[in-house]
Design a protein around this ligand. Structure first.
Ligand code: GDP
Ligand code: MN
Length: 380
């Protein structure tokens, strides 16, 4: 789960990182009132679940209340990489002498938290990573010991050679960021930039935190942070319907039970020269309602020219699924061909149900996949 900068700032602040205060506004008038309270100058910052806001014009310095009204008015409603801005953060503007990058993520290969830090922080960090990767320092954290003092200070000194006071602040920030990362069950945490003011005060002025969905049950407070409006609509619908769904760019919509079978189905679609429109696992014990939801989500994608059901009935009863397909067909307007391969528990009953419809039945997986690709091709 991605969270907004202002929420990420709260997580960091709670772990003792030096984060300037701030509040969010949904209207220009509210932004102005916050600025009045905080005192000028302030930054008005788009809150969207994507990076690169500064470059897109979503982060503005405001010297006056008029500036706040103007910029908040412009930023609210702005589109940043397909995300509509619905909230802005108003926070005191700080004087920046230097910008650093501090980040961490889970390195799946080593199974450890991987720390990255660079003295070349700021909006060009992607460019730094691409052109001069040697300017980014790396460290793996042994989970038995955490991020030790000497490691953190060592990284600080790499970023600020000979400047012990700054190096200490960076070291302390990294250790707090690591603690926040572990406590929050984050999969990614970045401060870009961590800045020094001309007086040498270190501050975290941006926060990007991704929380691991699989650990959300350990954080009853986090679901409130989910911004439903800001998420991808089809992935949100899928999550709410308890389906695991990933949108892809092809034209064969796939509706499969079991993640392994879903992947095998996608492989087979590719094998026969087709392109899957999605990964969708309707789960082990599917019911008609779930099938209806799944079909709705797949049909929302106008690229989909054919739908392929591949159901292996074990716990899932094939007649349940057939019932779901028939119900869905009655409830929603399905204007693409549907190929169904049902096998396993109650497949006879399922076949009888489907025989009364105009769905294309297939017996083997190969046959089903080839038929779906062919129908998607003729429809396109
Ligand atoms: P991002 O573009 O989405 O990463 O948004 P950031 O919060 O990182 O802001 C982008 C850039 O705006 C930063 O790298 C800074 O250069 C600048 N910026 C952000 N806050 C301030 C501030 O308080 N004062 C000044 N002078 N610049 C700021
Ligand atoms: Mn940033």
């Amino acid at each position: 789960m991605n969270i907004h900068e202002y929420q990420g700032r709260d997580v960091l602040r709670a772990h003792g990182l030096p984060v300037p205060p701030g509040q969010v506004a949904e209207t220009a008038a509210r932004a102005e009132a916050i600025a009045r309270e905080l005192g000028l100058p302030v930054m008005v910052k788009a809150q969207v679940l994507t990076g690169g806001r500064g470059k897109a014009g979503g982060v503005k310095f405001c010297a006056s209340l008029e500036d706040v009204t103007t910029h908040a008015g412009n930023i609210l409603g702005m589109d940043i990489k397909g995300h509509t801005v619905r909230k802005v953060l108003v926070t005191p503007a700080v004087d920046i002498a230097e910008e650093y990058y501090l980040g961490m993520l889970i390195d799946r290969r080593s199974g450890q938290v991987h720390v990255m830090a660079s003295a070349e922080g700021g909006v060009e960090i992607e460019q730094v990573a691409a052109d001069t990767p040697e300017l980014i320092h790396h460290l793996d954290v042994d989970p038995r010991f955490g991020l030790l003092d000497h490691q953190a200070l060592g990284l600080g000194l790499k970023l600020c050679p000979g400047e012990v006071k700054k190096a200490r602040q960076i070291g302390a920030a990294l250790q707090k960021l690591h603690a926040a990362f572990v406590d929050a069950d984050a999969s990614l945490a970045e401060i870009n930039p961590f800045i020094f003011t001309p007086d040498g005060e270190g501050l975290a002025i941006d926060a990007k935190v991704n929380l691991d969905d699989n650990a959300l049950f350990r954080h009853p407070e986090y679901p409130e942070m989910r911004d439903r409006l800001a998420e991808d609509p089809s992935e949100r619908q899928a999550r709410e319907a308890d389906l695991s769904f990933v949108k892809l760019s092809g034209n064969v919509g796939c509706l499969v039970n079991g993640a392994g079978l879903a992947m095998a189905t996608m492989d087979l679609v590719k094998h026969y020269g087709g392109e899957p429109a999605n990964f969708l696992d309707i789960g082990g014990s599917s019911n008609p309602e779930k099938v209806v939801n799944a079909l709705r989500i797949i049909l929302d994608d106008s690229e989909v020219k054919a739908i392929l059901f591949n159901i292996f009935g074990g716990i899932t009863r094939c007649d349940d699924v057939a019932q779901g397909i028939i119900q869905a067909a009655e409830q929603i307007d399905i204007d693409v061909p549907i190929v169904v391969r049902l096998t396993g528990t109650n497949e006879e009953e399922a076949r009888e149900l489907l025989a009364r419809t105009d769905l294309v039945a297939a017996t083997t997986m190969d046959e089903a996949v080839q038929k779906a690709i062919e129908l998607a091709g003729t429809a396109a």
